[in-house]
Design a protein around this ligand. Structure first.
Ligand SMILES: [Zn+2]
Length: 667
């Protein structure tokens, strides 16, 4: 008789081994971290003598679930911003808040909270991607859960690294510290192709191969990502990362919602794993992953919850049910993904998708003892049939709930006993989580109340501390003005013709600030000229306008203060959904722009013909940068003089921006 630590008896043991054996009643014996015997109860009892016998009669004994993709510390951002498109949600809310709050303390609390939730729903292994993974690792190891922890690498500064070189260095240090740990597998997590670069991905591949660790990355999550990748990389995301050699490493691809048929072959050929996240894909309206096609190609597909900010929980039972129902509905075929296959995706196939099927995912001798016991006596779980083996899988996938999870062992150690968490002080963790949420809440309410803070939050803005003296004059005969301008014989530094599409975001109340999104199409000649002999050079800017006039001089010449401007790297739609303007005004104009020297000073003269809204007319703008009160006064005098030389009537000058002419609102 062999002496073992724990013997679990009396329940139906669903092994998920290759033969899909179910022992009823069965027994599982644990010695140290491993399963040393599994089989019919009477046979196992003859083999082992146990220090502790746990009778689970009437219950199910199953392999612990594998949560194949998540961002565990985001438990603390659960419910912060929902019902938004992925880019607005991620770039407008999650990332700015993360830059402000995410640190060792944040990830420690978030991880412990996430571990509590996962253990209570039968998860024993999770695959994470976040920041400060060394702190995620410490908390996870203390709780006693198993995890692959991917330290994030991005092309812009992240909460734990000022640059990608720094985050790569963090990855290396993290891997060196944790590699070989009995519970933690360190990994590298380049967030996605659209948030990294060729160079970053190449360096990531080299490091992953050198250190023999997995690469965890989001791939082909949205249709937009695929369209952009084809434009930017000349290939869809998976083909692109394959070209960069990421498939040479142990690759874990999260999402693959818009994977193309040839890319399924690429991943299958590379022995990569896929993490399917049905809740997240549905909630963010990303689409339906071709799970049936991927599995048919031999690609292991695990099930993930994704982060709790896009789900909003870490409940694998719920994910499994969705994973099963979705392809049935999408394909109008209830046979495409049976319960047994889905249960495999939660366990052994999930382990395979994480390159861990040798160690976990099934109840077999020699495997690590990651075991879950599930009750069957709740009303929703009654009754259960025994006609075919499939009855038990139907029961587990379609009827069982997280609340049915009774006991959990990870690595041979019991972490949940009768739904009591043995290694987590849950009330303490919840108190810390609520305190953190309060701080985030205060920060967000301040941000949402200030257009300036909200604008700066998405990054890229710089305040140009400039003052401008300017005037705008209604002028019906722009050609005449231009003719006189040429007759004056001023030195022209620069001349351009452009069509500008301006969208103004107007906010009611507030601080008199508004935003202008400008698509500026400059017409140029020469190279690449089209049939009209003209080429168009579009550029996009977002400007925070401040309707503040610092001073007013003669002829309605005004002094205005600097504005915040950034290259508009996102779409107009993104800004619209992020800022929620109360009103939008579109102004389209042809602008002929002269940069001239007049009496030794530099001025910009804009001849604007407004084509939309119709009837607004045409205008001449004269502007000059200034840096002191006396310089401003001097330039105001010169503008006044120039106005007259151009034959413009100063009485026709207006102080308003075009947007105010449209709304007829006072400045
Ligand atoms: Zn994710």
């Amino acid at each position: 008789m062999r002496q073992v630590d724990t013997l679990i008896v009396g329940g139906d043991v669903v092994t998920m081994n290759a033969k899909r054996d179910i022992f009823s009643p069965g027994a599982v014996a644990i010695k140290d971290s491993k399963i040393v015997a599994v089989g019919p109860e009477d046979r196992v009892r003859q083999l082992v003598e146990a220090d502790e016998v746990v009778d689970v009669s009437g219950k199910l004994v199953i392999p612990g679930f594998v949560n194949a993709h998540t961002h565990v510390p985001m438990t603390l951002l659960r419910g912060l911003a929902d019902d938004l498109r992925l880019d607005v949600w991620l770039l407008g809310y999650m990332m700015p808040v993360e830059r402000e709050f995410v640190g060792p303390d944040f990830v420690d609390v978030g991880t412990r909270l996430g571990c509590a939730e996962m253990l209570l729903s039968g998860v024993t292994t999770f695959n994470d991607m976040y920041y400060f993974e060394e702190d995620v690792a410490k908390a996870t190891a203390e709780v006693g859960m198993r995890a692959i922890l991917g330290e994030t690498v991005l092309k812009f500064p992240s909460p734990d690294a000022g640059s990608y070189e720094e985050s790569l260095a963090r990855c290396r240090a993290f891997i060196e510290e944790w590699k070989g740990h009995e519970l933690i597998t360190p990994a590298i997590a380049p967030h996605a192709p659209y948030t990294t670069t060729d160079q970053i991905l190449t360096d990531v591949r080299d490091l992953a191969l050198e250190m023999d660790v997995p690469i965890h990355i989001h791939l082909s999550e949205t249709a937009l990502e695929v369209t952009d990748a084809k434009r930017d990389f000349g290939a869809p995301p998976i083909e692109y990362v394959d070209r960069l050699g990421l498939t040479e490493a142990k690759l874990i691809a999260a999402h693959c919602v818009h994977i193309e048929p040839h890319e399924i072959k690429i991943l299958a050929g590379a022995n990569a794993g896929v993490a399917h996240n049905p809740s997240s894909n549905l909630k963010l309206a990303s689409g339906f992953a071709p799970v049936v096609e991927m599995r048919a190609a031999g690609l292991p597909v695990g099930i993930g919850t994704d982060g709790p900010a896009s789900n909003n929980d870490l409940d694998m039972f719920e994910e499994a049910r969705l994973a099963s129902f979705l392809p049935k509905a999408v394909k109008s075929d209830p046979t495409v993904l049976p319960a047994q296959d889905v249960f495999a995706m939660m366990t052994i196939e999930g382990a395979k998708s994480l390159h861990m099927a040798q160690e976990i995912g099934s109840l077999e001798v020699g495997k690590l003892a990651d075991i879950v016991v599930v009750d069957q006596d709740a009303p929703h779980a009654t009754p259960r049939f025994h006609l075919t083996p499939n009855n038990v899988y139907s029961h587990l996938v379609y009827a069982a709930h997280a609340s049915d999870v009774r006991h959990v062992w990870v690595h041979g150690r019991q972490l949940l006993r009768n739904r009591e968490l043995l290694t987590i002080d849950l009330p303490k963790v919840q108190t810390r989580a609520r305190e953190m949420a309060q701080r985030i809440n205060d920060f967000m309410s301040q941000r949402e109340g200030s257009l300036l803070i909200k604008t700066i939050a998405i990054g890229g803005f710089e305040q140009r501390e400039t003052y401008e003296v300017q005037v705008k004059v209604r002028a019906s005969d722009l050609a005449g003005v231009e003719k006189r301008l040429q007759e004056l014989g001023l030195e022209v530094i620069k001349h351009s013709v452009r069509q500008q599409f301006d969208t103004y975001f107007i906010f009611e109340g507030g601080d008199n600030r508004y935003l202008r999104y400008r698509e500026d199409n400059q017409l140029g000649g020469a190279e690449g000229a089209g049939p009209t002999g003209l080429t168009v050079h579009p550029s996009y800017t977002l400007t925070l306008m401040e309707g503040i006039v610092e001073r007013e001089y003669q002829d309605s010449i005004i002094l205005t203060r600097s504005r915040y401007t950034a290259q508009a790297t996102y779409s107009l739609r993104f800004y619209r959904e992020y800022f929620h303007p109360d009103k939008e005004i579109e102004v389209v104009k042809w602008r002929t722009r002269y940069r001239v020297t007049y009496e030794g000073d530099e001025f910009a003269i804009n001849l604007d013909n407004i084509t939309r809204p119709q009837g607004l007319g045409s205008f001449v703008e004269i502007k000059a940068r200034t840096w002191s009160a006396s310089d401003a006064e001097h330039k105001a005098d010169l503008i006044s003089k120039l106005l007259r030389e151009l034959g413009l009537n100063p009485r026709n000058s207006i102080r308003a921006e075009y947007t105010h002419l449209v709304t007829k609102s006072p400045l």
